[in-house]
Design a binder for this molecule. Structure first.
Ligand SMILES: Nc1ncnc2c1ncn2[C@@H]1O[C@H](COP(=O)(O)OP(=O)(O)O)[C@@H](O)[C@H]1O
Ligand SMILES: [Mg+2]
Length: 388
C-alpha cells in the first residue's frame, strides 16, 4: 500500500510517451491504475484519461488475464471508432514494460453517484434510463461486442449533453475472436463480471448479448427499489428475483423488466432492440389510454360549454382539472339562470310603477309645445313616455 502510494506519487508530473503529462491519479485497482494527463503535444493541452496495465499479482495466469484485458479494451474501443456512446481511444503504448491506454476524458459523473442517494426512481425516469442505455447496447452488440460488465459505475453521464457514455471494456468479449483463447484453456475458466449484475450463464463463462440486457434490467430494479439487488432474494418457486412487492409501478413495466432479468437467457429479450420496442409499445398504449380519457372528459364538457382546444394537453392533472371545470361550469350556469329569473320581475315591476305614475298625473298632450318642453326637462320620464 505504502509502496504503491510512493510509486503513484512519483508518477504525477511525469511525461509518458513524451506526450502525456500525468496531473492526477484517479483509481488504483488490482489490474492497474488510472490517471488524468495533459496532452502536451496538442495545441490546446486537453485532459486525457490514461489507464496503466499493472497487475499487482505474482500469479502468472492472472498477469496473462490482465494483459489480455488491456489488449481487449484497446482492440474493442478502437474497433468501435468514434461514437458518442463510448470514449474515443487516443493512443496505446508501452514504456518500461508497462502498457498504457489513452482515452478521451469524459467530464461527468457516474450513474453510480446518481443511485447513491438511495432514492426510488419514478417509472418515467426508469423508462428514460432504459431508453438511454439500450441504444448503447444496440450499438456495441451490432459490432459483435458483449460488454459483460454493465453496471452503474461503468456508465458516465457527460456534463456537456447529459448523455450516458459506456466505459470499461476490459472484460468485454468480441464474438468469434482469438482473444478468447484464454477461456478455452482446460486449466482455467475465467469468470468475468460483477456479482449481482452478472447472470448465471455468464457466471458459467457462457455470456451472450442477453447477459448485458440482464445487467441493465438489474440496474432498473435498483433504481426502482432504491436497493442494491444483492439485498434482494430469489423466489424459491420460480427462482426469479423477487422485487415487485417493493415498488408501485405499472404491471407492464414490471413485466418488461422481469423479461430482461429472466434466469433462463432463452426466455429473456434476445436483443436490445426488442426491449426498446416493448417499451415503445407500452408508451403508445399509455398515450392512447390518456387520449381516450381526455376525449371522454372533453366531450362531456363541450356538451355544456365550449372548451379552448389548446388547453387540452396530455397530463392526468388536466383530466382532474377538467372534472373540476365541469363542476364549476354547472354552478355558474345555475347562478345565471337564478339571477335572470329573479331580476326580470323586479325590473318589470319598476317599469309598471313608473308607467302608472305617468298615466295618473298630468298626462302630457303631445300636440302642445309647452308640454313637450316640460317633458324634455326630465329625460327619464321623457324616455319612458317616448318609449311607451
Ligand atoms: N474515459 C474516461 N473519462 C473519465 N473518467 C473515466 C473514463 N474512464 C474511466 N473513468 C473513471 O474511472 C473509473 C474507473 O475506470 P474503469 O475503466 O471503469 O476501470 P476499472 O473499473 O477497471 O477500474 C470509472 O468509474 C470512471 O469514474
Ligand atoms: Mg469499471
Amino acid at each position: 500500500m505504502t509502496k504503491n502510494r510512493i510509486r503513484n506519487e512519483t508518477l504525477v508530473g511525469k511525461l509518458l510517451n513524451e506526450r502525456y503529462l500525468v496531473v492526477k491519479i484517479c483509481t488504483s485497482g488490482s489490474f492497474g491504475e488510472t490517471y488524468l494527463a495533459e496532452d502536451v503535444q496538442h495545441s490546446e493541452h486537453p485532459i486525457c484519461f490514461v489507464k496503466r496495465f499493472k497487475p499487482t499479482t505474482k500469479n502468472l495466469h492472472l498477469i496473462k488475464v490482465a494483459k489480455l484485458m488491456f489488449e481487449r479494451e484497446a482492440k474493442i474501443t478502437s474497433s468501435l471508432g468514434n461514437s458518442r456512446y463510448i470514449p474515443r481511444l487516443l493512443a496505446t503504448f508501452s514504456e518500461k514494460n508497462q502498457f498504457y491506454l489513452v482515452q478521451e476524458f469524459i467530464q461527468g459523473h457516474t450513474l453510480y453517484s446518481e443511485l447513491a442517494t438511495g432514492d426510488c426512481w419514478e417509472e418515467n425516469q426508469v423508462i428514460q434510463l432504459l431508453q438511454e442505455v439500450l441504444p448503447i447496447l444496440e450499438f456495441i452488440h451490432s459490432h459483435g461486442i458483449i460488454h459483460r460488465d454493465i453496471k452503474p459505475s461503468n456508465l458516465i453521464r457527460r456534463w456537456d449533453d447529459h448523455k450516458l457514455v459506456l466505459i470499461d471494456f476490459g472484460v468485454a468479449k468480441l464474438i468469434n475472436n482469438d482473444l478468447e483463447e484464454i477461456n478455452n484453456s482446460k486449466d482455467h475458466k475465467i469468470i468475468v463480471g460483477t456479482p449481482g449484475y452478472m447472470p448465471s450463464e455468464q457466471a458459467q463463462a457462457h455470456s451472450c448479448f442477453g447477459s448485458d440486457i440482464y445487467a441493465l434490467g438489474i440496474i432498473a430494479i435498483e433504481t426502482l427499489t432504491g436497493t442494491d439487488t444483492l439485498n434482494l432474494s430469489f423466489d424459491p418457486k420460480t427462482h426469479e428475483l423477487s422485487w415487485e412487492h417493493l415498488v408501485s409501478v405499472s404491471s407492464e413495466l414490471i413485466a418488461i423488466i422481469n423479461k430482461m432479468v429472466c434466469q433462463d437467457y432463452h426466455k429473456r429479450y434476445q436483443s436490445a432492440s426488442e426491449v426498446l420496442k416493448a417499451l415503445e409499445h407500452y408508451q403508445q398504449k399509455q398515450k392512447s389510454e390518456l387520449k381516450f380519457l381526455l376525449l371522454e372528459n372533453t366531450s362531456n364538457l363541450i356538451a355544456e360549454q365550449p372548451v379552448n382546444s389548446k388547453s387540452l394537453t396530455n397530463s392526468t392533472s388536466l383530466v382532474k382539472s377538467l372534472h373540476n371545470n365541469n363542476y364549476s361550469n354547472k354552478i355558474f350556469l345555475i347562478g345565471i339562470i337564478v339571477s335572470i329569473a329573479t331580476t326580470w320581475p323586479i325590473a318589470l315591476g319598476i317599469y309598471y310603477f313608473i308607467w302608472l305614475l305617468n298615466n295618473t298625473d298630468n298626462v302630457p298632450n303631445p300636440s302642445s309645445p309647452a308640454s313637450l318642453n316640460q317633458d324634455s326637462s326630465s329625460n327619464k320620464r321623457d324616455t319612458i313616455s317616448f318609449l311607451k
